[in-house]
Design a protein around this ligand. Structure first.
Ligand code: R5P
Length: 320
């Protein structure tokens, strides 16, 4: 087993510190600057020759800045003769552009996978990809982790038998169904229609929500439009006005705070795959940390131990 080193980009420094602390390692020293014209300047401050490198960087907002920073870092480690370079990308941006929905569109998730590979990644680790099939966009090692057990544990302690798990659109039905089964609660599904990038309308509901506490499950919350419309419809159909909302990735951009910080939402539960500055944290936000999950993953990768074994006891909670 060679020496390992953990580095952070600027997207998730708090999470990276927490991971490094659990691994009992300092974060690797690097200087990351912007030139006056915005170009990225990076200097790795110690030799990484012969080391196994783990770079932690979500491609969260500002997506393109963080993506480019990650690419620059991978290139530096690759050219610096690291033995292996693993990109730990807790939130994988552009994942919602994973297929063409009409002619003359890019498949940007595939482009990002190609860019990571071209820049020098030997392996990529991510959590709760918007579409698990994105794993197949990589021709290098790809480990797809899940924060579902973390969120389930949190919810289990708070939700009674009067809960109902809700999928806010048909795309999340399998995920919500997992939650419903492990929490032993009924499932309801909202039919959503997207009108614009930041506006949706809820058009119908399948299932019974009357008198129940809604637990709305999504993989990510961006502007909060999906969640706000979903909660509005649930209350119109008689659900209790104290919803729990849970998603692995809280991007919380644009009007998200005002849409989520409403009395009808008791709590918004996300993980720290995306670092949220104070201005993007609604008052009812609860952040669970994936630091343990990622530290153990890095440790297991480094020792060539199974990653799926981490979820073996809780196989039923693995994402669909
Ligand atoms: C859509 O398929 C996703 O799972 C999310 O529901 C959606 O991207 C969230 O976006 P927003 O919060 O802007 O409605």
């Amino acid at each position: 087993m060679g020496a390992m080193a953990v580095y952070s980009g600027s997207a998730n420094e708090v999470l990276a510190q927490a991971i490094a602390a659990r691994l009992e390692l300092p974060l690797g020293a690097r200087r990351l600057h912007r030139f006056p014209d915005g170009e990225i300047n990076l200097q790795i401050e110690e030799s990484i020759r012969g080391r196994d490198i783990y770079v932690i960087q979500s491609t969260a907002p500002p997506v393109n800045e963080n993506l480019m920073e990650l690419l620059v870092m991978l290139d530096a480690f690759h050219r610096g003769s690291a033995t292996s370079v693993t990109a730990i990308v807790p939130y994988f941006g552009y994942a919602r552009q994973e297929k063409k929905t009409t002619g003359r569109e890019p498949i940007t998730a595939k482009l990002v996978a190609d860019l990571l590979t071209a820049a020098g990644a030997d392996r990529v680790v991510s959590i709760d990809l918007h579409t698990p099939a994105i794993q197949g966009f990589f021709n290098i090692g790809m480990d797809h982790l899940t924060a579902v057990p973390l969120i389930v544990d949190y919810l289990r302690d708070r939700i009674g038998s009067d809960g109902v798990v809700v999928s806010p659109d048909v795309g999340r039905v399998k995920l919500a169904d997992h939650f419903a089964r492990v929490l032993e609660l009924p499932l309801a599904i909202v039919h959503k229609n997207r009108i614009a990038a930041d506006r949706v309308e809820a058009r119908g509901l399948v299932g019974e929500v009357g008198g129940r506490v809604p637990i709305v499950i999504d993989d990510l919350i961006s502007t909060g439009g999906t969640i706000a419309e979903c909660v509005k419809m649930l209350i119109e159909y008689g659900a209790q006005p104290c919803a729990y909302v849970a998603a692995t990735h809280g991007l919380l951009v644009g009007p998200a705070c005002e849409r989520l910080e409403i009395p009808e939402i008791a709590e918004v539960i996300v993980t720290d795959t995306v670092n949220l500055p104070p201005g993007r944290r609604p008052r009812n936000l609860r952040v669970l940390s994936v630091a343990d999950l990622l530290a153990e993953t890095i440790w297991r990768l480094h020792r060539n131990e199974s990653i799926s074994a981490m979820f073996a006891e809780r196989a039923a909670l693995h994402p669909v």
